[in-house]
Ligand binder design. Structure first.
Ligand SMILES: [Fe+2]
Length: 322
């Protein structure tokens, strides 16, 4: 449970961390407390690589809920400590705190959340991240796409196979946009870790060092904790995926927020990989007949529109938090 009554209802679509992270706000409303606990789908790496009926049943449910856990492959787990180390130190490094990247990346000090963030797009990874962190992020890309590949056929209806890559801005050819982002939560600030939001892109792979994340499962109006699960990555689907699928009975972008982190809870770090359209490609939605309709002429416009909505509300922008 969070400490503060949640009065801001903003939806923050992260994923691209583009200039800040991309989120949009909703009018003020109190978020209800969790009343019942939905069972979160848990997948092992063996299950993920299988083609069993049970796998597809689980993935369908995960798509309807917006979140699930997936076991961390060894090649990812063995590099995790390097990312935890970077996440525990970037906010103490004055040089990193001065970094401002052209797309709004780099360090960001969030005024209306506990979170402070360092994020950047793939082309900047080698410049700002330690080599082992870059290695981890690069290993996460194919893993993210493997998950995406498993989910995609289950939710895209009549969209022909030869249009899949076009539908998602070349993401299937590993030519999408990837952001690796770090968040640290300042416990002295008396406010939420990060407000309610949906990530902006298709799929987020998230690591958290402490509990505090809460998610709304599917169309359920209540939030429930998504606890840290040792050895597992939290996967959540974003707004762009929800727009593309165009049928929230099949797939929904998971709404989530982070509660106020207290001194008693101790330091909380999170980091994640966000996979999106290549920015120059359109954001589509799939029609009932399996055609592609352009929703935004390019992904960058989609981000700009989302940011404009944020600016209109006079809110500070932020990177996606988890
Ligand atoms: Fe997020």
């Amino acid at each position: 449970m969070y400490k503060n009554p949640v009065t801001l209802r903003l939806f923050l679509c992260s994923a691209v961390f583009y200039s800040f992270s991309l989120f949009a706000m909703l009018p003020k409303v109190a978020m209800p407390e969790a009343k019942k606990q939905e069972e979160i789908v848990v997948l092992s790496t063996d299950e993920l690589s299988s083609a069993s009926k049970d796998l597809y049943k689980k993935l369908r449910r995960a798509a309807q809920q917006g979140f699930f856990y997936v076991e961390m492959p060894q090649e990812i787990a063995e590099l995790l400590e390097h990312a935890v180390d970077f996440g525990s130190n970037f906010y103490k490094n004055e040089e990193l705190k001065a970094v401002k990247l052209p797309t709004g990346g780099g360090y960001k000090d969030w005024e209306h959340a506990q979170m402070e963030t360092f994020f950047c797009e793939r082309s900047y990874w080698e410049e700002y991240y330690p080599s082992k962190v870059v290695e981890l992020a690069e290993r996460l890309i194919p893993f993210s796409l493997e998950i995406f590949n498993r989910i995609f056929p289950l939710v895209v209806g009549k969209l022909p196979r030869d249009r899949w890559n076009k539908a998602v801005g070349d993401l299937f050819e590993k030519d999408g946009s990837y952001h690796f982002s770090f968040n640290h939560y300042r416990r002295a600030k008396q406010m939420l870790g990060i407000q309610e939001h949906q990530d902006f892109g298709y799929i987020t792979l998230l690591f958290i060092t402490k509990d505090g994340l809460h998610g709304k499962f599917g169309h359920d109006s209540t939030y429930q904790p998504i606890p840290r699960k040792e050895g597992y990555i939290i996967v959540n689907f974003g707004k762009a995926f929800e727009i593309l699928v165009n049928d929230t009975s099949k797939l929904i972008g998971g709404w989530h927020y982070v509660e106020q982190i207290t001194e008693e809870q101790g330091e909380r770090i999170s980091f994640g990989l966000f996979s999106d359209n290549k920015h120059q490609t359109p954001l589509h939605r799939i029609t009932e007949t399996g055609d592609l309709e352009v929703v935004y002429e390019n992904y960058g416009k989609y981000l700009e529109a989302s940011l404009a909505q944020v600016d209109k509300k006079g809110q500070k922008t932020a990177t996606s938090g988890n």
